[in-house]
Design a protein around this ligand. Structure first.
Ligand code: FES
Ligand SMILES: [Fe+2]
Length: 352
C-alpha cells in the first residue's frame, strides 16, 4: 500500500519547537518527533512500550524523552534508559526509532529500513528561507487516499474545470497535453502555455506579465511536487520550438516556484503541505500574499472534488476506471511507486 524506503514530509520545521514533542501519523504509524537538547531530530514510535501511552505527551529531558504516564525514559535510539523504581531494564524495553532530517523547511522521516536511509533521496524542495524566492506556506488535511492527490497533481487538465473560478484555465488548456518524462523516482511534466492556452484569472496574480508561460515540474516519490513557472516574452515558445527555454538566451519576465508534498496519514487520510511564491524582488511580498490567497481557494477546490471522489469510490468497490490520454502522468507516477514497492518486497524476501 505504501512505499516505505523513502522520506516522508512529517511537518513544517516551524511546527517543532525545542522541548515540545509532536505526534504525527505517517503511513498509518504514529511517530513522535522532537528536537534533541544537543541538536538534531529524534523520531520514535509514538507508543510507549510499557502500557502503550503516546510518547508525544511526554517530556523532553536533554536528548531523551520521558513517558509522562509512568515515567519510563528513552534515548534517541529508542532504548529505555530508566524505569522509575526498577533497576533492571529488560532488553525488550525499547521503541522503534526512525531516521529524521530537517531540510528545505520540512521535517522528513524515513519509514523504511534505517540502513537504507540516504539523505540524497530527499527531493530538492525549496525552503522558505531561500533568498531567491518570496514564499508563503500552508498545509491542508484530506479525507482521501494519497494516490488520489498524487493523481490530481500529475494531471492538470482539471484546472479548466475544478479551478475555473480560481486559476481560471481555459477549456483549450484541458484539450492540450503536456510532455511527460519518466524519471528514476518520479515524472517530469512540462509545457508551454501561450495564446489560447494561457490561464486567465491566475495570470493577473502570479504571472505579472504578458507573454508565453513555461511550466515544468518534477513529481517525485512518494509525493513531492517541485514546479517552476516562468513567463517569457511573447514568441519565446516558438523561438525554442516548443521545447525548454534557455534562460541564458532569453530572460524570464517573471517567475514563481512551488514545493508541495503529499503525505499519507492512513490509507484514507492525507496531509498536503505547500509553499508558493514569486522570485524575490520589488513588490514580491504583496504578490506572495495574493498567491497564497489564490492557492487556498484553488486547493480548497481540489479538496472538495477529491474527497467527493473518495466517497464515490468507496460506494463502488472494485469498479474499473476508464482512463484517458490525460492519465499518462498519474499512471507513470503510480508505476514508479509500484516499482519501488516491488523492489522493497523482493529485498525483504531475499533477506528472509
Ligand atoms: S505507559 Fe509509558 S511509562 Fe507507562
Ligand atoms: Fe488542482
Amino acid at each position: 500500500m505504501f512505499v516505505r524506503d523513502c522520506w516522508y514530509v512529517a511537518a513544517w520545521d516551524h511546527e517543532l519547537a525545542p522541548g515540545r514533542p509532536i505526534g504525527r501519523t505517517l503511513i498509518g504509524e504514529p511517530v513522535v518527533i522532537y528536537r534533541a537538547g544537543t541538536g538534531g531530530l529524534v523520531a520514535l514510535a509514538d507508543r510507549c512500550c510499557h502500557r502503550l501511552a503516546p510518547l508525544s505527551l511526554g517530556r523532553v529531558e536533554g536528548d531523551e524523552l520521558r513517558c509522562m504516564y509512568h515515567g519510563l525514559k528513552f534515548d534517541r535510539s529508542g532504548r529505555c534508559t530508566e524505569i522509575p523504581g526498577q533497576d533492571m531494564i529488560p532488553a525488550t524495553a525499547c521503541v522503534k526509532a526512525y531516521p529524521a532530517v530537517e531540510k528545505h523547511s520540512w521535517i522528513w522521516v524515513w519509514m523504511g529500513d534505517p540502513a537504507k536511509a540516504d539523505e540524497r533521496l530527499i527531493p530538492p524542495a525549496v525552503g522558505l528561507e531561500d533568498p531567491a524566492w518570496t514564499l508563503r506556506s500552508g498545509h491542508m488535511d484530506y479525507e482521501a487516499n494519497y494516490l488520489l492527490i498524487n493523481d490530481n497533481l500529475t494531471d492538470f487538465t482539471h484546472l479548466s474545470y475544478v479551478h475555473a473560478n480560481s486559476f481560471g484555465a481555459t477549456e483549450a488548456f484541458a484539450r492540450s497535453r503536456p510532455n511527460v518524462e519518466r524519471l528514476e523516482r518520479g515524472v517530469r511534466i512540462w509545457r508551454w502555455m501561450s495564446g489560447g492556452l494561457r490561464e486567465d484569472a491566475a495570470t493577473r496574480v502570479h504571472r505579472r506579465a504578458d507573454g508565453d508561460m513555461w511550466q515544468t515540474y518534477d513529481f517525485l516519490a512518494p509525493g513531492v511536487l517541485l514546479m517552476l513557472t516562468s513567463t517569457y516574452p511573447e514568441g519565446t515558445a516558438e523561438r525554442f520550438g516548443q521545447g525548454p527555454p534557455d534562460p541564458g538566451v532569453v530572460r524570464p519576465l517573471a517567475e514563481n516556484f512551488t514545493s508541495q508534498a503529499v503525505t499519507p496519514i492512513t490509507g484514507k487520510t492525507s496531509r498536503y503541505f505547500f509553499s508558493w511564491g514569486p522570485r524575490s524582488g520589488e513588490g514580491s511580498d504583496a504578490v506572495a500574499d495574493a498567491m497564497l490567497q489564490l492557492a487556498h481557494m484553488a486547493f480548497g477546490e481540489d479538496k472538495a472534488i477529491i474527497e467527493a471522489q473518495q466517497r464515490s469510490i468507496d460506494t463502488a468497490p472494485g469498479q474499473k476506471e476508464v482512463l484517458t490520454s490525460a492519465d499518462v502522468g498519474p499512471m507513470q507516477m503510480r508505476a514508479v511507486l509500484q516499482r519501488l514497492m516491488r523492489e522493497e518486497a523482493s529485498a525483504a524476501e531475499a533477506a528472509a
